[in-house]
Each structure stands twice: as C-alpha cells, then as structure tokens.
Design a protein around this ligand. Structure first.
Ligand SMILES: [Zn+2]
Length: 115
C-alpha cells in the first residue's frame, strides 16, 4: 500500500514545518489530491491518521480536497474532464491535449497550536 508511505512523508513535512513554527500541536490539516495522482481515497484516508499517530499531528482534523482532473485541447482550446489518463479531445478528437490539473498531491494548509 503506497498510500502509507505517502502519508508518512506528508506527516514528516507537516511535523517539521509545524515544529519550525513553534507549534506544540497540529489541530487541522487540509490536503489536496488530484484524481490523477494515483491515490486511492479510501486508502489515503486510513493512512494519514495512521501516519499522524505518535506525532504532534495526532488527533488533528484532516480535510481531504479531491480535485477533478482537467485537460485542455491544444488544437481547439477546449477544456474537458479527461477519463483517467486517456485524454483525447471530445470536441475535435485531437491527441494534442495536456493536463492542467488533477495530478496534485499537496498539503494545502495546516493549523497549529502554540504552547
Ligand atoms: Zn479539441
């Protein structure tokens, strides 16, 4: 389950940044996950609280923002919702398309409590 190793990395980043900011506790974490990031929602929602255990993030409220992928056609400039990784323009059938969002996996924000 690679979500757990991703969750551990997320926890490490937040713990380091929160400690640098002088936090004793992290109260809330917001994460952004694109639909093309290769993350199983069920798995990541279990893995993140697991990774937070025994850190200053333990017990934090965790908000997952899932971002629907979007692609743009370079031939006709239309934007569309790609089905998985298969992205042919539905308007002109062009193959010259690129993703403009959907691959993100990032920490949007977190709230800290200082002692
Ligand atoms: Zn097109």
């Amino acid at each position: 389950m690679h979500e757990l190793s991703i969750a551990v990395q997320i926890a490490e980043i937040i713990v380091e940044e929160a400690q640098n900011a002088g936090a004793s506790t992290v109260s809330k974490v917001e994460l952004e996950i694109g639909s093309l990031a290769g993350i199983e929602p069920d798995a990541i929602e279990l893995a993140v609280p697991e990774a937070f255990k025994s850190t200053i993030c333990e017990g934090a409220e965790i908000v997952f923002h899932y971002i629907q992928a979007k692609a743009v056609c370079e031939s006709c400039c239309s934007e569309f919702d790609p089905a998985d990784h298969f992205k042919i323009c539905p308007f002109c059938n062009s193959l010259y398309t690129s993703f403009i969002k959907g691959k993100e996996l990032k920490i949007k924000s977190f709230d800290i409590i200082k002692p």
